[in-house]
Design a protein around this ligand. Structure first.
Ligand code: GLN
Length: 252
């Protein structure tokens, strides 16, 4: 009899534990929305002392905060390598990706994108006085790109050069400053941020060699409900001029 009681008590305990745990997990999921990013891409996402969410700040973080607020959820940021973002989204580790991410056909195979919110281009960062004046001058030069960025595929596949690949734009720019590279190919807005921070560097554009790119928020394939919610917020932010305001605020 005693044994039966003990077993019954144990069963009740386990049930209570399981219920408490499931209850908690359920609540967490309801209150939180997780953004995946690579916070090495100023002015869109970067690490700073007092960010919008913890140490994270930038245009994308400001947009994501608006999205989370509109859903009554707390924004949580998962910072990881740019290369890992699409996989993290496809496997449900993050709810969406805001990372200055360009809409590209190969990415569309694994994820969907929101409406676009920013027009960008690849540019070349060089040392002032460099003889690189156009993409054709990249021939024979030591070129730095960031692994997996559109700059990487453009230089490699479209232009046919073999660049050196870095994990962070800032590391490539450091090597340019230290004369280990001749040029860094990267998106226009971070290029400006890096040049503003490092005297002696300049931006060279080549509108013919580098096509326009558009940034959007990546969402899980088929999640039209989330897409609608995000697009509604993006539309409001665009129409009210807030995205431009974010651009001005976080580019300083
Ligand atoms: N726009 C580029 C891309 O999508 C770089 C984005 C980034 O590094 N955050 O590949």
């Amino acid at each position: 009899m005693k044994k039966v009681l003990k077993v019954a008590a144990l069963v009740v305990c386990v049930c209570m534990l399981v219920c408490a745990f499931v209850g908690c997990a359920g609540d967490d999921k309801k209150d939180v929305i997780v953004m995946g990013t690579n916070a090495e891409f100023p002015p869109f996402e970067y690490v700073t002392e007092n960010g919008i969410v913890g140490q994270f700040s930038g245009i994308d973080v400001a947009i994501a905060k608006e999205i989370a607020d509109s859903m009554g959820k707390e924004l949580v940021i998962e910072n990881m390598e740019f290369e890992s973002l699409i996989m993290a989204l496809a496997t449900g580790k993050v709810d969406f990706v805001a990372a200055g991410m360009t809409v590209k056909p190969d990415r569309l195979e694994s994820v969907d994108f929101s409406d676009t919110y920013y027009l960008a281009k690849q540019v070349m960062i060089v040392k002032e006085g460099s003889d690189i004046k156009s993409a054709a001058d990249l021939e024979g030069k030591k070129i730095g790109v960031v692994l997996g960025y559109t700059g990487d595929t453009t230089v490699t596949e479209t232009l046919g050069y073999e660049p050196e690949r870095f994990k962070k734009g800032a590391d490539a720019v450091m090597d340019l400053v230290n004369d280990k590279l001749d040029v860094v190919v990267i998106d226009s807005a971070p290029a400006k941020a890096f040049v503003d921070k490092n005297p002696g560097l300049a931006i060279v554009e080549d509108a013919e060699a580098f096509e326009n790119e558009e940034y959007a928020i990546a969402i899980p394939k088929g999640d039209t409900e989330l897409a609608d919610k995000i697009n509604t917020v993006l539309k409001e932010l665009k129409e009210s001029g807030k995205i431009d305001e974010f651009g001005a605020t976080y580019s300083e």
